[in-house]
Structure formats: C-alpha cells, structure tokens
Design a protein around this ligand. Structure first.
Ligand SMILES: Cc1cc2nc3c(=O)[nH]c(=O)nc-3n(C[C@H](O)[C@H](O)[C@H](O)COP(=O)(O)O)c2cc1C
Length: 154
C-alpha cells in the first residue's frame, strides 16, 4: 500500500468530556454522491476511536501541502495536547481546524466493525474549501508536491 498515493486528512470529534480529539488518516475517500458522503477507517487502538464511533458528527480536514507539521502532530500516539496552540473552533459539535484545504462536517450514517478497525461513513452536511495544493502521502513520505503538466494554479 506504500505505492498508493493518497491525500492526508485530520479526522476530529468531540470526546465524552467535551474536549476535542483528532487523528491523522489517509483512509478517507468519497463514498457516495447522492447524498454526498465520505468513508474513513479508524483503528481500535486510536485514542479517538471511541469518540468517533459514539459521536453523531465528525470532521474531516484535507490538509494543505505546507501542513506536514500539523499532520505529524495528529499522527502522534502519545501527544496529550494536539489542539494546544492551534487555530480551531467548534462547528456545532465538531472541532474545526483553520487553514485546511477542505473541511467537511459529517453526520455519521453507518458504522461497520471488522478486525481491528471501524469503518465510519458520514453524510456531508457542511464545510468549506480554500485554494491551495494538497498534502500527499506516498512511499511513507509526505514531501511530494503537485507539478501539473503545463503548470499554473487552478
Ligand atoms: C500517514 C498516516 C496515515 C494514517 N492513517 C490512519 C487511518 O486511516 N486510520 C487510523 O485509524 N489511523 C491512521 N494513522 C495512525 C494514527 O494517525 C495514529 O495512530 C494516531 O496516533 C492516533 O491518534 P490518537 O491515538 O490520538 O487517536 C495514520 C498515520 C499516518 C502517519
């Protein structure tokens, strides 16, 4: 799977104690178009797992090319204060990080348990998109850059 090129996302939810939680995930994909929904797969070992499967809503943030540092914070299994010092706010019950390439507020519509992961599907109820290039994960690295044939911004 190291040869599969993917975007990089931070998936967030509200914990039972009211605090925000989030983890880095590359297992995010579009699921359906009508209604628009997305899918992600969350490992049972993640400290966010319980919050994500119990919350009615969760957030998906597609990261920008210059957000590798943020990605590493959310991939850290022992970091105790991932949101400390970050620009974020509650969007209903979803922690919304500022500055992502795209943010989707999702309402959980399905949950499947298998092996050591849970698959979450959420209907997209809100969000925003801003200009920029995506952070890309390939060959266990995140330092790739989009180079369009012909160049230029879109
Ligand atoms: C590139 C990359 C992609 C990852 N994708 C996923 C994923 O799709 N699902 C998942 O559960 N964990 C994924 N992880 C692992 C979590 O980000 C990691 O276990 C994190 O520490 C969990 O945070 P938490 O324990 O605070 O919830 C990924 C890690 C990296 C570095």
């Amino acid at each position: 799977m190291a040869g599969l090129c993917s975007g990089v996302a931070v998936v967030t939810a509200q914990r039972r104690d009211g605090e925000p939680c989030g983890l880095l995930a590359t297992s995010v994909s579009s699921f359906s178009t009508a209604p628009p929904s997305v899918l992600t797969s969350i490992g049972h070992a993640s400290r966010c797992h319980r919050s994500l499967i119990e919350s009615a809503e969760f957030g998906v943030h597609l990261l920008r090319a210059d957000q590798e540092g943020l990605a590493r914070v959310f991939a850290d299994p022992v970091h105790e204060a991932k949101f400390g010092g970050l620009d974020w706010a509650w969007d209903e019950a979803v922690p919304e990080l500022a500055g992502a390439l795209a943010y989707l507020r999702c309402r959980r519509s399905a949950l499947f348990e298998l092996y050591d992961h849970s698959i979450l599907i959420g209907d997209v109820e809100g969000g925003r998109r801003q200009p920029g290039e995506p952070l890309i994960y390939l060959d266990r690295r995140m330092d790739w850059r989009v180079d369009r044939a012909g160049g230029g911004e879109r």
